[in-house]
Design a protein around this ligand. Structure first.
Ligand code: GN1
Ligand code: MG
Length: 352
């Protein structure tokens, strides 16, 4: 466990506008550890993150990506008369000028905290879903002319072929002897293998184009303003060249779920068609101008694809002994799997 004194020492290693006074835990991301830095005698706050090096193998490359992307976004925001300090993340370099600081072998990064904003774990109204759709569509539109190279921070992230490779290997190892107890869930994954691989072929053969996309667009990864508009898109760790359908699909997985991602009560979980239509409306109001015919055609399928991938990943991690996602209790990944499967079935019933 990291101590408060160590966190302060790490905070002091960055180019902050003052002296850090206190560093507190913030939020519960599944991957990185997030803290808030408060300064003495100043209202300015910062976000400090310990990046997960089990998952991200090239943090300097990732931070270069984020730096380049946020600079690009800031130019667009400024040109449109917006506030670049609030509508895009600001990466704060370490005292040595690097975009990260290594402390006892771990990688730490800082961004400016954006106050006077609201965050959600769940979309509670269609209006919020519509605005979320508009926000992610606008994010993609602003990055549509970003032409610098990007490091692939997470090779194979939404590549279902790659995921099946991991899946087959994990099932063959079955390190915790859990596979037998989840045979029915494994069968649910297997029964959709071919249809998912068929979709992936459209990406491999270039029919579905690659764009600069976010890839992790759950509602908790955006900040809203008090009026309910998306203020700033957060968590840029996985911005990659990928089909924009991944963003749409992951958003539907998040915004339309009537329950929680890890809801233990499956009766709570379903896709809200009203929320789907609202998100789609908002998304198309920004992305409609650049989407090709085939992208439009596969928007509903992308919700099925990403939700399916999430079922596979949660179940695979359960079988693997909970190595990837942080869990709050022993069966957490299993509960997540079942809840996401229920959502997948609801998507399939309503959209196909
Ligand atoms: C993780 O980083 P975070 O907590 O926003 C995961 C996503 C999953 C999500 C499920 C890099 O997102 O792929 O969809 O959890 N991110 C990574 O909530 O694996
Ligand atoms: Mg993330």
């Amino acid at each position: 466990m990291i101590t408060g004194a160590q966190l302060l020492e790490i905070a002091r290693s960055f180019q902050l506008e003052g002296t850090p006074e206190q560093v507190d835990n913030l939020g519960d991301g599944f991957i990185n550890d997030t803290y808030i830095i408060r300064l003495s005698g100043s209202p300015v706050k910062y976000i400090l993150q310990r990046k997960n090096t089990n998952i991200f193998k090239d943090i300097p490359g990732m931070m270069n990506n984020i730096h380049a992307i946020t600079r690009h976004l800031k130019k667009k925001i400024e040109a449109a008369g917006g506030d670049p300090m609030r509508e895009a993340l600001t990466v704060v370099p370490a005292n040595d000028g690097k975009l990260y600081y290594v402390y006892e072998g771990e990688y730490w990064c800082v961004t400016v905290f954006i106050g006077n904003s609201v965050s959600y774990d769940k979309a509670d109204t269609p209006l919020l879903a519509e605005r979320g759709g508009r926000g992610i569509g606008k994010f993609q539109a602003m990055l549509s002319d970003f032409d610098q190279p990007l490091v692939d921070t997470l090779p194979g992230f939404h590549n279902i072929k790659f995921r099946f490779g991991q899946w087959d290997e994990t099932l063959a190892r079955d390190p915790q002897n859990r596979a037998a107890s989840v045979r029915d869930l494994i069968a649910e994954v297997e029964s959709r293998r071919d249809v998912m691989l068929d979709f992936y072929k459209l990406i491999e053969n270039g029919q579905i184009p690659l764009r600069v996309t976010h890839n992790d667009t759950k509602i908790a990864n955006m900040l809203f303003d008090k009026e309910g508009n998306v203020l700033c898109v957060l968590d840029l760790d996985t911005v990659l060249k990928a089909p924009c359908l991944y963003d749409f699909g992951d958003s539907i997985r998040s915004y339309t779920n009537t329950g929680a991602e890890d809801d233990p009560n499956l009766d709570n979980v379903s896709m809200s068609r009203e929320m789907y239509d609202a998100f789609l409306r908002g998304y198309l109001s920004e992305a409609g101008s650049f989407l090709t015919g085939i992208e439009r055609q596969y928007l509903p399928f992308s919700a099925r694809y990403i939700t399916y991938e999430q079922v596979l990943r949660f179940l695979m991690d359960y079988i693997d002994g909970d190595k990837y996602y942080k869990v709050k209790y022993p069966e957490h990944n299993l509960v997540r799997t079942k809840a996401q499967l229920k959502l997948l079935q609801s998507i399939e019933q309503q959209l196909f």
